[in-house]
Design a protein around this ligand. Sequence first.
Ligand SMILES: NC(=O)c1ccc[n+]([C@@H]2O[C@H](COP(=O)([O-])OP(=O)(O)OC[C@H]3O[C@@H](n4cnc5c(N)ncnc54)[C@H](OP(=O)(O)O)[C@@H]3O)[C@@H](O)[C@H]2O)c1
Length: 218
Amino acid sequence: MPVAVISGASRGLGPGLIRKLKDSHTIYAVCREASSELKSLRVHIIEGIDFSKKESFEKLKKALEGVEIDLLLNVAGIYLRDTFETLSIEAIEKSFFVNSIAPLFVTKTLSDQLNEHAKVLMMSSRMGSIGDASTSRSYAYRASKSALNMFGKCLSLEFKNKNISVLLVHPGSVRTDMNPDGQISTETSVNGILEKIKFLDANTSGKFLAFDERELPW
Ligand SMILES: NC(=O)c1ccc[n+]([C@@H]2O[C@H](COP(=O)([O-])OP(=O)(O)OC[C@H]3O[C@@H](n4cnc5c(N)ncnc54)[C@H](OP(=O)(O)O)[C@@H]3O)[C@@H](O)[C@H]2O)c1
């Protein structure tokens, strides 16, 4: 069976993706601490990986020693809400570390374990779209996802010769702990995301797509 590595596996979209993939993939679920929801899915669990810490990348590599990866889903993320009045350097630093630097360095650290034709997903957000921005809130989150978009684009170019594809995905406004007022269920979002992954290849690599049919402006 192909191997999928999924971060953010404890809550929200992570377990949603695992649920749909676990019959067709060997899953390595990456988290800080396994939730009861994750444990009930009966997949390989890698605990103790905190993406706000530099050492997490090597720790993850060690845990995945010898594993060849077909699908790498960088899902973990944080949304620290801010406004111009409440801006904080600490929140911006943490948002960039978890939302942009970690997915880049997870992918870099595991790159020699990615099979030819492997697929890499970066869970981005429409809020990272500069072309689509219409409010002045959420500086840290928005900018961290914009940076993630650029990192993902660069990776798509980097990996072209290895036939590895990279996709930046907006999952929609999904009802999870991060977004309790979200407009769609995890299942609807995950179905759309998996459809995008299915058709991910050299032609779609480096694109920024929504879970539905929309291509988003950078
Ligand atoms: N929900 C939406 O409407 C929406 C919209 C656009 C984009 N997104 C993106 O989709 C992804 C998943 O979001 P979600 O809605 O599923 O959010 P969620 O329910 O809040 O789950 C976030 C996940 O990220 C993990 N995480 C957070 N900080 C971490 C850290 N320092 N180290 C390791 N793991 C960490 C959490 O683990 P713990 O349980 O250990 O905290 C959890 O598994 C995120 O990247 C988010 O930005 C979501």
